[in-house]
Design a binder for this molecule. Structure first.
Ligand code: ADP
Ligand code: MG
Length: 676
């Protein structure tokens, strides 16, 4: 077996297990090595039995003083009770339906137990702990991996043990001078010790090394991307972005004007623009995009406007088509759902330069999409895109300017990780006349009251969103589903026009329902989070969020932002059935604040950065991202080191930097723009 062998070459791994591993992103032995534990169980220092706390997982060493296999049946469960004691006290260990385990225990011998204690009538118990004979190999720091269906902790540990035997074969991609200059341990040691460290020092060194690697690759990649933009397009100082104001029925806010001129100033510089616009939901980012796209078009260039969903792409298409009507700007749309003929035609027109602004989903970054003269690329709701996509779209023209827009305010720390030193503009002002959205958190018990309120709003001509975390009811997950709410409301409120929208519908179905809702054809829209981003229906005034405990703060804030877009008073009602502290904290934050930046900071505190971002797209493992956020000081140092290396060898073409370059390309995509 070799480090790049498929996991199927490990004994006992058939197609089923391989498929489960694949879900964790593990295909090869090397992937196994790089798959990091979520946490560790320290089994070296046992907790005295008298100090066990119910609910807190702990490692205990005790001598078995009795083993009773209960012959009676309690509710058809067979019970095995093992009594263990140490010098501080006694603990009862309980196994259900596992009478055969009785053979594993010998009275008078010492065993190790790892589990979650509970209190039972004054006794301390552990139910189904992991156990082994004391003095065996398991009294160590034991890795705990994130799991997926079809693979157990025990199996994964076994696989990792096999893989760890090959850690010594790993090829170190870091330049030797970086390793020695920064006191890093070898990659081979790190890959072994991240799984099976002999002690805390070894584990810390391994974690540090792997985190350093990720930071270094990230910072180097960001530097390369940025330098790729050094030579860009110099748009004319022609004021056309201001001309656009006259197309609009309303006056731009001060913040919009400011941000538009910040962007225009970037565009007028010869360097390539790389700017992030953060604007809370409803702050009017689309108008900002339009103004600067207009500038690009008046300068003889094409613009690309990329949205994360088809729904949103179509909405932008409608808005832009309306706003530019009669101003000589051709707007096109390209999504994954055009017919082959339509697509061919659109692509031809784009290549011929007949389309000035192309709107689309990630279909825009497919290789067959060719622009005639691309000058400006805007991606909306950027947090949904991976860095590599950002650079790929940027590569479609000769260094077009790049603008990234997000409605999820990003705490500064995370912005640094995600975007390096991208320039940031903040839209910190809502259009005038908006009222604060009244937010209430209620429990399940008040559902009837909530729905009566909803009915009253509908009777008054307003529209309502009801969001649920699930599409259909599930046996495993205790949460409300869109389908059951839809059925319930349809029965209760026959006078209301109600629609259902969820992610399993085709894009066409979704768009047409959304468009009908937007046109006022429905009173109530029951939906899953597909309405999360960007949808703009000013007449919608109520957002009811069912099973709100299932959503993260950033998501709740996004959902709430779907209402409050018109002149009427709007409401957001969170219905929770969870008693959990996190759910309560989140609900309180939502009720207290409507400031996206404040909420983002809270979200980071409550959930950690992985969830906040949807790390998967970003390609950095959750735990490492968490580590990075905690160690911004190290990130700053790494940035300095990466800059040194980069200035010395900007294209990373020297032999010693080749491995690093491969890693950067793996994270950012091969097309990363490089100037030597
Ligand atoms: P977001 O920043 O969430 O993408 P949108 O661009 O969708 O926000 O704008 C939200 C709504 O506000 C739209 O209906 C838009 O027409 C309106 N809007 C934008 N700017 C202004 C403004 N300066 N004055 C009044 N309404 C505005
Ligand atoms: Mg938007």
């Amino acid at each position: 077996m070799m480090i790049d062998s498929s996991v199927t070459e490990i004994r006992g791994i058939g197609p089923k297990k391989a498929a489960a591993l694949e879900k964790l992103g593990i295909r090869t032995v090397g992937d196994l090595l790089r798959f990091q534990p979520r946490t560790y169980e320290d089994r070296r220092n046992p907790v005295p039995i008298s100090e066990l706390e119910p609910g807190m997982p702990a490692f205990v060493r005790g001598v078995v003083i009795s083993v009773v296999s209960d012959p009676r049946r309690y509710s058809r469960k067979r019970v095995l009770k093992v009594l263990a004691e140490d010098s501080s006290g006694r603990m009862e260990v309980v196994f259900f339906n596992a009478p055969f385990l009785a053979r594993d225990f010998v009275k008078g011998e010492e065993y190790c137990f790892y589990g979650r204690p509970s209190a039972n009538k004054g006794h301390i118990q552990m139910i189904h702990p992991e156990f082994s004979k004391a003095g065996g190999a398991r009294e160590e720091i034991v890795p705990v991996y994130p799991l997926t269906a079809g693979i157990t902790q025990y199996e994964l540990r076994r696989l990792e043990r096999e893989a760890a035997g090959l850690a010594a074969d790993a090829e170190d991609f870091m330049p030797q001078d970086i390793i020695s200059g920064n006191g890093l341990c070898s990659l081979q040691d790190a890959l072994k010790n991240i799984h099976f460290p002999a002690d805390m020092d070894a584990l810390n060194a391994a974690r540090y090394r792997l985190m350093y690697d990720e930071m270094f690759v990230l910072q180097t990649g960001l530097l390369m991307m940025r330098s790729g933009g050094e030579e860009g397009i110099e748009f004319a100082e022609d004021g056309t972005e201001k001309e656009y104001q006259s197309f609009l029925p309303y006056e731009l806010t001060g913040a919009q004007k400011r941000v538009i001129s910040e962007i225009a100033a970037d565009m007028e510089r010869p360097e390539r623009m790389n700017r992030l616009v953060q604007g809370d939901v409803g702050s009017g980012k689309t108008a900002v995009a339009e103004a600067v796209l207009y500038k690009a078009v008046r300068n003889g260039f094409q613009g690309a406007f990329m949205a994360p969903t088809e729904l949103l792409a179509r909405q932008h298409f409608h808005t832009l088509t309306e706003d530019f009507k009669g101003h000589g700007v051709n707007v096109g749309i390209l999504t994954g759902h055009l017919s082959a003929g339509e697509k061919q035609e659109t692509l031809k027109a784009l290549k011929a330069g007949e389309i000035d602004i192309m709107i689309g989903t990630h279909a825009l970054i497919q290789p067959d999409v060719e622009f005639r003269k691309l000058g400006l690329v805007i991606t909306d709701e950027q947090h949904r895109f991976g860095v590599d996509q950002r650079s790929r779209l940027g590569d479609k023209g000769r260094s077009p300017d790049v603008l990234v827009m997000t409605a999820t305010p990003i705490p500064r720390t995370l912005a640094v990780i995600m975007y390096g030193d991208l320039d940031v503009s903040v839209l910190d002002e809502l259009p005038p006349g908006r009222q604060k959205i009244l937010t209430k958190a209620v429990t399940d018990k008040s559902r009837d009251l909530v729905y009566n309120f909803v009915r009253g709003q509908a009777a008054g001509g307003r529209q309502i969103y009801v969001t649920a975390p699930l599409i259909e009811d599930s046996e495993e997950i205790d949460a409300r589903s869109a389908e059951s709410i839809f059925a319930e409301l349809s029965k209760k409120f026959p006078e209301c026009r109600i629609a259902l929208l969820h992610g399993q519908m085709s894009e066409q179905e979704k768009s047409s329902i959304m468009e009908d809702f937007s046109a006022g054809a429905y009173d109530i829209l029951v939906a899953t989070v597909v309405i999360e981003v960007g949808i703009d229906v000013p007449n919608a005034t109520v957002m009811v969020i069912e099973s709100a405990e299932r959503f993260g703060l950033a998501q709740l804030h996004q959902l709430r932002g779907r209402v409050g877009r018109g002149k009427e008073q709007s409401y957001c009602i969170l219905i929770t059935n969870g008693e959990g502290q996190v759910a309560k904290d989140r609900a309180r934050t939502m009720v207290e604040s409507s400031d996206g930046f404040y909420i983002a900071e809270k979200d980071l505190e409550l959930r950690g950065p992985g969830e906040f971002f949807g790390t998967r797209q970003h390609g950095i493992p959750d735990m490492q991202l968490t580590d990075m956020v905690k160690h911004m000081d190290i990130m700053e140092q790494v940035r300095g080191k990466a800059l040194e290396l980069f200035e010395d060898d900007p294209g990373l073409i020297r032999e010693k930097n080749k491995g690093l370059r491969n890693r950067v390309e793996a994270l950012f995509g091969e097309d990363i723009n490089i100037h030597i």
